[in-house]
Design a protein around this ligand. Structure first.
Ligand SMILES: O=C(CCC(O)(O)[C@H](Cc1ccccc1)NC(=O)c1ccccc1)N[C@@H](Cc1ccccc1)C(=O)O
Ligand SMILES: [Zn+2]
Length: 585
């Protein structure tokens, strides 16, 4: 027999008050580990995580006493259904301890790895961004993978088995299915594939244009104009965005260079100033400014006296007053954009903080990733960077506009296949579609197929290259960033409309528009109390992820790329897909 639905409000009331305390304790212990990595803080964080998992498992038992269909209030019913999800606490104590330990060990291994005594942040990242020496880039690329991913291969296999055990105990086929359930959309994988196919032509044109410029820079021994691009030449450790090779691919030399890094450094901007400037952008739209506790407790820069997790993140302490960012900020445009990304998470926290705790989440994980990036599209416009005195007065001509669109494409378009393949690879590992004896080969098959990049050195199953990317050892799903690239242009177009913008979409700066701020805030307040389709419709009028806004934004660049590639008789794509660069250069 089920508990009477009349008991649901009391059950939810006790859940909300106790869960705030339990969540705070777990988040606080995890924060203390992230900002001070050692055996004690790692163990304390694992223990607090286990306690939270056990709390959620107990509460799920209580929630399951209700028959959801008997709860007529759909908001209450949705809360009960979310609390009914047991999660990791479904594991035996022994298996839960093992999963916590293997996660903790992989996280620590990643965040403390060094090559030649240098950490990823900021040293190896800076080398991959600025070096134009083929062999130096290759050695750094290999050195990081030997120091990070390679050492985690066996732990990762243990992680996969335990994660799948959690999934099965929660009624899913495997952990990939459990992760995808966050979207509450039955055919979500087909939707992902559909938007990927829509954006592929744009990616292929950019890939061909960039390959030609790298051919001119590095020569025909290491670049095949019909093949994939060596993965270490794109300015980023994972070739996931190509912003740092802008200078090699600039369409029109001598016109406005859309890069604020020089301005930030010459004007002596500090990390705090970058954060305050970004917070002002949210505030000037009528969105919520970060509270005092944020400024008191945030970690703005990398400490010199201890190990920390440098990969940026934004934290909700679930007490409606303590929200923090942890970031090893460098003074450059990419970090200025990342600050907006992280403050976007904080904005979502602030907007939904009065929701019941189970609704303090993005409408889907991609929405959470899209908030800050949507505003950053406005901040990064030439007019806005000029307003901030970070670049000179931009030229009003098509050449400068193409230069600008190229810089945005090197960030957003280049990213799309990487955002897609990271979880396609993991879904295949969880489902067993790719065998544990074939992890690295399966990874590179997708890297060639979707991204058109190839390793600078031959790889074996002794390597474990996925482990060299933060989200794999840190158990963070990734398709959220693919979703974010798509929906952030839908959000941007909607906010531009609300702000009264007319003319080219890519020139829209909705800075100061309280109409845009209200449109955004009204959607963010909902948290996960409604489905993402409902939230999207509220803001944009459509219930579907659609690449139409992105394609519309980049249309002038697509025309330019198609014209250039046709003129150069470029081969579009990488039909010589099995070509590999020589390893003895
Ligand atoms: O990983 C990040 C930014 C970090 C974060 O803000 O997404 C962070 C990742 C994280 C860290 C620790 C535990 C879990 C997730 N996510 C958050 O801080 C977060 C996640 C969900 C809700 C609220 C905050 N960006 C991705 C993709 C990306 C996004 C945007 C621009 C460039 C690149 C990357 O760097 O590969
Ligand atoms: Zn994020």
């Amino acid at each position: 027999g089920f508990a009477s639905p009349d008991g649901a409000p009391a059950f939810l009331e006790q859940y909300n008050s106790t869960s705030e305390v339990k969540l705070f304790e777990a988040v606080d212990a995890e924060w203390n580990y992230n900002v001070n990595i050692n055996d004690q803080t790692q163990a304390a964080s694992e223990a607090a995580g286990i306690a939270l998992s056990n709390f959620q498992a107990e509460q799920a038992v209580g929630a399951k006493l209700f028959e959801p269909s008997e709860i007529t209030d759909t908001n209450l019913r949705r809360q009960v259904e979310k609390i009914s999800v047991v999660g990791e606490g479904a594991l035996s104590d022994e298996d839960l301890a093992a999963l916590s330990k293997v996660n903790g060990d992989m996280q620590t291994a990643y965040s403390t790895a060094t090559y030649n005594g240098k950490p990823l942040d900021p040293d190896l990242t800076a080398t991959m961004a600025s070096s134009r020496n083929y062999n130096e880039l290759r050695d750094t690329w290999k050195g990081w993978r030997d120091a990070s991913g390679k050492l985690m291969r066996e732990d990762f296999k243990t992680y996969v088995d335990l994660q799948n055990e959690v999934a099965v105990l929660n009624g899913f086929d495997d952990m990939g299915a459990f992760w995808r359930a966050a979207y509450e959309t039955p055919n979500i994988e087909q939707q992902f594939e559909a938007v990927w196919q829509e954006m592929l032509p744009l990616y292929e044109q950019l890939h061909a244009f960039v390959r030609r410029r790298l051919y001119q820079q590095y020569g025909d021994k290491v670049i095949n104009l019909k093949g994939p691009i060596p993965a270490h030449l794109l300015g980023n450790m994972w070739a996931q965005d190509w912003l740092n090779v802008y200078n090699l691919v600039e369409p029109y030399a001598g016109y406005t260079r859309p890069d604020a890094t020089a301005g930030l450094q010459q004007q002596g901007w500090t990390a705090e100033k970058m954060f305050h400037e970004a917070d002002d952008f949210f505030g000037n739209m009528g969105l919520i400014r970060a509270p005092q506790a944020f400024w008191d407790k945030t970690m703005f820069t990398k400490p010199t006296d201890r190990d920390v997790v440098c990969h940026a993140s934004a934290w909700d302490f679930y007490n409606r007053q303590d929200f923090r960012i942890k970031m090893c900020t460098e003074i450059n445009q990419q970090d200025f954009v990342t600050i907006h990304h992280e403050l976007g998470h904080i904005q979502y926290y602030l907007q939904y903080m009065d929701q019941p705790t189970v609704f303090r989440d993005g409408a889907n994980p991609g929405f959470h990733e899209a908030v800050g990036d949507t505003l950053a599209l406005s901040v990064g416009t030439l007019d806005h960077l000029y307003k901030l005195d970070l670049i000179g007065k931009p030229d009003e001509n098509p050449q400068s506009d193409i230069n600008y669109l190229m810089s945005v494409a090197l960030d957003k378009i280049a990213f799309i296949p990487f955002g897609y393949l990271m979880d396609k690879w993991r879904w295949d590992v969880f489902s067993g579609r790719s065998a544990k004896t074939n992890l690295n080969q399966a990874w590179w098959d997708y890297r060639v197929k979707y991204q058109g990049v190839t390793p600078p050195l031959s790889r074996t199953e002794e390597d474990f290259d996925p482990g060299a990317k933060f989200h794999i050892p840190n158990n963070v799903p990734y398709i959220r960033y693919f979703v974010s690239v798509v929906v952030q242009f839908q959000f941007y177009e909607a906010l531009c409309g609300a702000s009264g913008h007319v003319g080219d979409l890519y020139k829209c700066d909705f800075n100061g528009s309280t109409e845009a701020g209200k449109m955004f805030g009204d959607m963010l307040k909902l948290g996960s109390s409604v489905t993402w389709e409902d939230a999207l419709e509220k803001m944009t009028g459509t219930r579907e992820m659609s690449s139409a806004s992105l394609v519309k934004y980049f249309q002038p660049l697509l025309d330019f790329l198609t014209e250039q590639n046709t003129k150069n008789n470029e081969v579009i794509g990488w039909p010589d897909y099995s070509w590999e660069p020589p390893t003895n250069t």
